[in-house]
Structures are given as C-alpha cells and as structure tokens.
Design a protein around this ligand. Structure first.
Ligand SMILES: *[C@@H]1O[C@H](CO)[C@@H](O)[C@H](O)[C@H]1NC(C)=O
Ligand SMILES: *[C@@H]1O[C@H](CO)[C@@H](O)[C@H](O)[C@H]1NC(C)=O
Ligand SMILES: *[C@@H]1O[C@H](CO)[C@@H](O)[C@H](O)[C@H]1NC(C)=O
Ligand SMILES: *[C@@H]1O[C@H](CO)[C@@H](O)[C@H](O)[C@H]1NC(C)=O
Ligand SMILES: *[C@@H]1O[C@H](CO)[C@@H](O)[C@H](O)[C@H]1NC(C)=O
Ligand SMILES: *[C@@H]1O[C@H](CO)[C@@H](O)[C@H](O)[C@H]1NC(C)=O
Length: 617
C-alpha cells in the first residue's frame, strides 16, 4: 500500500469523475509501515524492513554519527594496521580514513541505509571490539527455521540442515512455529537434509560469502566460517544453540533463502525457498513516531557523564573488559543434548565441568569470562579440586563460543592452571597517545584523580612491567613512543601491565591442560588461549571450519574494549568535552565501541596477539 498516493494522483488528473472518491482516499492517514506490524511478535522480514526504512535520511544525524565514529577511531589501536592487514588476514585490509570520508559524503536513501553503511564498514574490520551498533535498527531477530551445520558423513564433509532440528526448534516460543504453520511451510521434513546449494551456489561457497560480508567479529576467515553454521554455546548459564549467520541475519534483509537439498531418507534433489521470520525484541510502539521515540533517540546512558561530583567517583576501580557483543540469539539446547556425563558439583554460572567416560579426562567448559567476579574464581577452584579428588588426570578446556569478558578472569584462569612461577599472567599492553589522549591523561593528573573508580586512563589503574602499580601522577603517555606501521607513525603509550594479580585470592595448583574450542573464542578468551599456547605449547584442537581451509586457533586480537559511553565519560570527567578534537554527544541510540588497548604477543613483542598467524594444531 505504500505507493498508493502517487499512482492515484496521476489517474485523478485524467478525469473529473475519478477525483470524487480520490479525495476521500487522500484524506485518510497515509499507511504507516510501522503501524502495520505494531504489536506483532513474528512478521515477514520485508514488513519489518519497510518500517525501518520509513525514517528519512537526515544530514544532521549523519554528521553527528560520523563525528562520533571518526572521533572514536582516532583511539582505535589497529587503525594503521588496516592499511595492509598482515597475512593470513588480508581480507580485512581497509583504508579507514577513506571509508569514513566516503560514508560521510554519501547521500543515502533513508536513515536506515546510512546506519547500515556505517555498520557494514565497522563489521568489515572483523574486529570483535570495534563496531558501530545502531540500536534503532537492531530490534528484529530474523531467523530461518532450518539452521545448517557442517558434518562429516561417510568420510566426507558436507552441509546439512541440523539433524536434531525438531527438538531444537521446539524450544522456541510457540509463535515461531505457528507462523510457519499459518503460511503452510513444513520445515520439519528438512531435518537432516543434505544442503547442496544455497542461493544458487555451492553451500560452502555461500558460507564463504556470509563469512566475508556479514559475520564480522573475528579476523580469521576460518573462524568466521564457524560463525555461519549453527553451534552450541553457553548463554548465561544455560546450554544453548546459536542459529549461525546463514540462518539468522542481523537485519531483516531477506524474506527467503533458496536451498537445493536432498531430504533425509530421500534421493530426490529439491530446490526449496525457505522463509525467514522476524521477531521483534525492542520496546513497545504503535506507529512510526512511537517506534522512533521508543528505540532511536539517545538515552540517559548513551553518552556517559561527568562523574566528578558522583559519589561513586572514588573507590575500587572497575574491572577492564574485553567482550564481544553478539547480536545473534540462541535457543535452549534440548535436554537430550546437555552433557549427561557425571557432572561435578559446583556447576553454576559460566563454568560447567564434567568428566568423559572412564573418568580420566575432565572437561571444563568455560562459556564466558563475563561472570560474577568472585564466583568465577570460586567455580574454577571447586572444579579443579573436584577433578583431582575424582582421579581425573587430564584436563580439556572447552572454550567454544566464549566471547570473552573480564580480562582479569582470563588471567586468573591462566595463572590458576599455569602456576605463579611464570610471573605476570598477561601481555604487555599499550593504548594510543594521540593529542586528545595525552590531554585526558594530563588532566587526570592535574586534577589529582587518584583511586578513581571509573577512569581507564588514570595511571593507578595500571602497573609497570615489574608489576608495581603506577603512582597516580605517572604520565605514561609523555613522552609517547612512536610505532611505525604501514608507513604511518602513531604515538603510543609506553608499555605497561594490567594490575590483575591483586584481585586473585585462590592458591595456584599445577596441571597440564588441553584446550579445545571451535575458535569462536573472543577477546579475553583469545588472550587466555594465546597465553596457553605461546607460553606452554598447550595442545589446542579446533573444529568446524570448511574442508581444505586453514584455520587459526583464535580469531581476534586486542586487549580492552571501551564503549562509546566509557570514552565520552573520560572527555567529560576531565573537562575536555569542548576540546576541538572531542566528538559531540550522540543524538541517537547507538554505541561506537572500539579496541582501546593492544595486547603484544609474548613471542614477538612487535606484533599484537592475533595479528600474525601462529598455528596451534
Ligand atoms: C534531522 O534531525 C535533527 C536532530 O534530531 C532534527 O532536529 C531535524 O528536525 C531533522 N531534520 C529533518 C528534516 O527531519
Ligand atoms: C551492507 O552489506 C550487505 C551485505 O552484507 C549489503 O547487502 C548491503 O547492501 C550493504 N548496505 C550498505 C548500505 O552498504
Ligand atoms: C552413508 O553411506 C550409507 C551406506 O553407503 C548410505 O546409506 C547413506 O545414505 C550415506 N549417508 C550420507 C549422508 O551420504
Ligand atoms: C528418516 O528416517 C528415520 C528412520 O526411519 C526417521 O527417524 C527420521 O525421522 C526420518 N527423517 C525425516 C526428516 O523424515
Ligand atoms: C592536587 O594536589 C596538589 C598537592 O597536594 C595541590 O597542590 C593541588 O592544588 C591539587 N590540585 C587540585 C586540582 O586539587
Ligand atoms: C618498577 O618500575 C618502575 C618504573 O621503571 C620503577 O620506578 C620502580 O621503582 C620499580 N619498582 C620496583 C619495586 O622495582
């Protein structure tokens, strides 16, 4: 109905008689594509997209977002590395300043298209920490009822619709399956179907395309292949299944996906158009205007705050975080797939432990480092003690789909397994020392910000390389240290350490661990597994990927992520918000997060972890 008025006006001009009913049509409110889907939980993606595309392109908002995105990227540690990404990560090579200029100078058809372009650009960096997230447009989970997996059958790998489809899908809300019942689509019969082609190309070639264009988050292409297929994960404390990026899109882009399949128990090749459905997850709205108000305007916490007068200004520092934000949803794993092997008692939160048959091998599934800080340490201690008293002699650590979390919890787990004799349980680290970063640090020192509970720049958050805490007035950005890369020379801070050990309270045993994951192991998780490999040559197994494709055991670099509100809080709390280099507050409900610190490899201290290939096989 969206094009109604134009067409009718033309007819109206043809003859007087036609204008009579037309006046009534034009007087009625124009159809509102958001109103059309309001109150519905499951809608066709094109209806969701019509609502998202109903907001006009607005130069003011474009300039505002681009000012913030560009301003944040001045702090992004890897900006210069992207001019020529080192092998095997050449796919991520991108001229960031040029892309920023291109997007700023393009007139987009709608505000959605503009936001999508910024999202696409940051997504192409394949850096789990550095992303633009336009929350206004991230409210529809768009899913296919037939997630696909890569399996080996009869000695060859191929793509299949997940064989346990019916059990998994039945854990979704009833409305999901009723939607397909209503449109008469029988997805159940596709359980276990072999998928030959998707959208007219070989199924693995399609997986490659999605991994290149849509998955983002991990530098390594092979790891992104694992993102496109369905995989298990721990979601909060529940064993779950992620749909994968073929069967779930971040935006309601497509109504259908065409697959050429051989259904299970059949030899017939069929080409089937499988419908996607979009599930609304945002705040309540009834029309376009209320959608915008509910989802798109900056919120109270979008832009951080000047905390100098806040009661929480002084105190224990917050824990630095390195965490991926996965916009994808998960579904609870059917009980029949939850490990039924003897489960060890503590089993709370993000750590699950059980032993394999024979009870010689203990499995520690660390689903995340984003957990209650003390409880996590306690869980690890209990798990290891229980393994020992149960006679377990080998330890396997499953890090599948671990998106990271508190940096100090990664360091804790490392030190708990490796022992204190290896010293500092982390990497040397630096942040960029551009002119604004220098002013922020100098301002904290000038204003005597000591024991400051929020600031990531405050020197007393960090330690020297000898692991003594920096005094609050130690300026680690002055003098700065030039670091030449790809023809650019960017000033950086001196190298320093995290201050984690002061937060550890458990005694440290020794055990030779084995580390297992599908390499979708992000942020703090990647730092943990890198330490295990670089310092202890821990045996690392990765699974999934694509036949014949080399895969790295970890897919990302980086040390600490700052959200836009974190960085903006630094500008505000140092009184630097009016500095010409400081970006304005965001006018919209969005986040531009970035990787703020590099973790330098233990093996080659001129390379960030993850920036050069190191095979763990
Ligand atoms: C563009 O956005 C700004 C900021 O929200 C607003 O003040 C202005 O009215 C908008 N312009 C148009 C043409 O809608
Ligand atoms: C964003 O990327 C998708 C492919 O992943 C593409 O279809 C779309 O056209 C891109 N949109 C913009 C505005 O760049
Ligand atoms: C595997 O081989 C068996 C025996 O040849 C055959 O019945 C079955 O269909 C094959 N499975 C697949 C997935 O190709
Ligand atoms: C294929 O056959 C097996 C064995 O009869 C049955 O359990 C399974 O449900 C069938 N699969 C489909 C998709 O019909
Ligand atoms: C910081 O502390 C020094 C020494 O105690 C004092 O002289 C100075 O006035 C203080 N500055 C501020 C901004 O409080
Ligand atoms: C640690 O290193 C810093 C900076 O080099 C130095 O000032 C400090 O005295 C050292 N502390 C110890 C205990 O060696």
């Amino acid at each position: 109905m969206a094009c109604l008025p134009k067409r009718f006006i033309r007819i109206a001009l043809l003859g007087l008689i036609a204008t009579v009913p037309l006046v009534a049509t034009l007087a009625a409110p124009r159809s509102d594509p958001c109103n059309k889907i309001a109150g519905q939980e499951f809608v066709p993606p094109s209806d969701a997209l019509a609502c998202l595309k109903s907001f006009s392109f607005n130069r003011t908002l474009q300039n505002n977002v681009m000012d913030v995105v560009s301003g944040v990227l001045d702090f992004f540690t890897f900006e210069d590395w992207y001019f020529d990404s080192p092998p095997p990560f050449q796919e991520s090579t991108l001229n960031i300043p040029k892309e920023l200029a291109r997007i700023r100078n393009t007139r987009y058809p709608t505000d959605y298209d503009f936001n999508r372009a910024v999202y696409n650009f940051t997504n192409r960096l394949n850096d789990g920490h550095t992303r633009y997230l336009p929350f206004c447009y991230l409210n529809f989970q768009t899913r296919l009822p037939t997630p696909v997996v890569t399996l080996e059958r009869n000695g060859t790998q191929a793509v299949f619709v997940m064989p346990d489809l019916v059990q998994v899908i039945s854990n979704l809300p009833k409305g999901f399956t009723s939607y397909f019942d209503e449109i008469g689509f029988d997805w159940k019969r596709l359980a276990g179907a072999k998928v030959l082609e998707i959208e007219g190309v070989d199924a693995y070639a399609y997986a490659d395309k999605v991994a290149s264009m849509e998955s983002g988050q991990y530098l390594d292409h092979g790891v992104r292949i694992n993102s496109v297929f369905s995989s298990y994960s721990l979601s909060k404390s529940t064993f779950s299944q992620r749909f994968g990026d073929i069967a779930e899109t971040t935006f309601p882009d497509r109504d259908t996906l065409t697959m050429k399949v051989v259904p299970a128990n059949s030899t017939n090749v069929e080409t089937i158009e499988i419908p996607f459905v979009s599930t609304y997850t945002g705040s309540h709205f009834k029309d376009k205007a209320s959608y915008w108000r509910a989802n798109c305007l900056a919120r109270g916490d979008t832009n951080g705050a000047d905390l100098r007068s806040s009661t929480s200004f002084v105190g224990e520092p917050r824990q630095p975080n390195a965490l991926i934000i996965d916009t994808a949803s998960t579904v609870r794993l059917p009980n029949s797939f939850v490990p039924s092997l003897p489960t060890l008692p503590e089993d709370s939160g993000v750590v699950k432990s059980y032993s394999l048959p024979g009870r010689k091998t203990g499995v520690l599934f660390v689903g995340s480092f984003d957990a209650d800080f003390n409880q996590f340490q306690n869980d690890i201690k209990t798990a290891i003690e229980t393994f020992k008293s149960a006679g377990v002699t080998r330890l396997m650590i499953d890090l599948t789909n671990n998106g990271g979390g508190y940096i100090c919890l990664g360091q804790f787990l490392y030190q708990y397994l490796a022992g204190t004799k290896f010293g500092y349980p982390g990497f040397q680290t630096t942040s960029r020392a551009n002119s604004l970063a220098q002013k922020i640090l100098a301002a904290h020192i000038a204003q005597n910000h000591t024991n400051n509970a929020f600031s990531w720049y405050a020197p007393d958050q960090w330690a020297f390389l000898n692991d003594t805490k920096m005094p609050f007035d130690f300026n680690y950005n002055n003098p700065s240290v030039p670091f030449p890369i790809n023809g650019e020379t960017d000033p950086q801070s001196i190298r320093f350490h995290d201050n984690c050990p002061r937060f550890f309270y458990e005694p440290i045993p020794k055990s030779p661990p084995f580390d297992l994951s599908n390499a979708r192991c992000g942020s703090t998780c990647a730092m943990f597994s890198t330490l295990m490999f670089e310092r202890h040559q821990t045996k690392i197994a990765i699974f999934g990927g694509k036949p014949g494709l080399q895969m790295e055991y970890k897919g990302m670099a980086g040390n600490q992520v700052l959200e836009w509100s974190d960085l903006n809080t630094e500008f505000k709390t140092t009184g630097l918000k009016d500095d010409p280099w400081a970006p304005p507050d965001l006018l919209v409900n969005a986040n531009m997060r970035h990787n703020w610190r590099i973790a330098w490899s233990f093996l080659n201290e001129n390379y960030p972890i993850g920036a050069c290939a190191q095979n763990g096989t």
